[in-house]
Design a protein around this ligand. Structure first.
Ligand SMILES: Nc1ncnc2c1ncn2[C@@H]1O[C@H](COP(=O)(O)OP(=O)(O)OP(=O)(O)O)[C@@H](O)[C@H]1O
Length: 233
């Protein structure tokens, strides 16, 4: 469904990604783990078109994405839940969700809204509340719900567990598993390697802008180097 082939990304003279290759197959949950500054967000953002890859190819369902602008890429059934959630703090839950359905028809928005509120009953309870006054976990639910309003085939998430309590993380990850059963493919960037690898079909390890290891979630969880570097030994 998605392939990175030898992708490099630079910020001026700083090269953040060095010839990254990976693939995400339809219906999978794939995770990318790595330490602070490894280039995880850069990889996701390069996929979204900003910054633009300086070399290599990113293909989504056979179509080259490198060179296309972000708005065009986001119309292809790809949705992103950015790091730090970035919900609209002054808008209500309802209005935030409506923003996510911007490109869809009215009927589509109504159907999606119903599904999102089923997945996240807490958002239904907080429907008229401003985004900025929600708890961290609720904001993450809103950010995911907003992304789902576009009915994505591929959902990208940048560290959804950041700053959340273990119980809330479990709830969020359970939703991702649920989405997979509904045919949504998930590409998850995480520092929380343990939980992400337990959830994922496959995983990649990014270090200093390079993929240094990949395998099934189970293989990586059992790998001594992964254990040492990312699972606290
Ligand atoms: N806009 C930018 N301008 C210049 N350098 C940048 C920019 N954004 C990121 N970088 C650099 O690129 C490298 C990768 O950063 P990136 O944010 O992708 O890492 P990350 O793995 O997502 O880290 P974290 O988990 O801390 O968010 C870092 O060295 C960072 O300083």
């Amino acid at each position: 469904m998605l392939t990175f082939d030898n992708v490099s990304t630079c910020y001026g003279k700083i090269q953040a990604l060095h010839g990254v290759s990976l693939e995400v197959r339809e219906g999978e949950i794939v995770t990318l783990i790595g330490a602070n500054g490894a280039g995880k967000s850069t990889l996701l953002m390069t996929l979204c078109g900003t910054p633009r890859a300086s070399a290599g190819s990113i293909r989504y369902r056979g179509e080259e994405l490198v060179g296309q602008d972000t708005a065009a890429i986001m119309r292809k059934g790809i949705a992103v839940v950015p790091e730090g959630r970035r919900i609209f703090a002054r808008l209500t839950v309802e209005e935030n969700l409506a923003m996510g359905g911007f490109f869809a028809s009215r009927e589509e928005v109504e159907a999606r809204l119903e599904r999102v509120l089923e997945l996240f009953p807490r958002l239904a309870e907080r429907y008229a509340q401003r985004g900025g006054t929600l708890s961290g976990g609720e904001q993450q639910m809103l950010a995911i719900g907003r992304a789902l309003m576009g009915k994505p085939s591929l959902l990208l998430l940048d560290e959804p567990s950041l700053g959340l309590a273990p119980l809330v993380i479990r709830q969020i990850f359970a939703i991702l598993e649920q989405l997979r059963t509904e045919g949504v493919t998930v590409f998850l960037v995480e520092q929380n390697a343990n939980q992400a690898l337990k959830l994922a079909d496959r995983g990649y390890v990014l270090e200093n802008g390079r993929i240094v290891m990949h395998g099934s979630g189970e293989e990586l969880l059992g790998d001594a180097r992964v254990c040492e570097a990312y699972l606290g030994g």
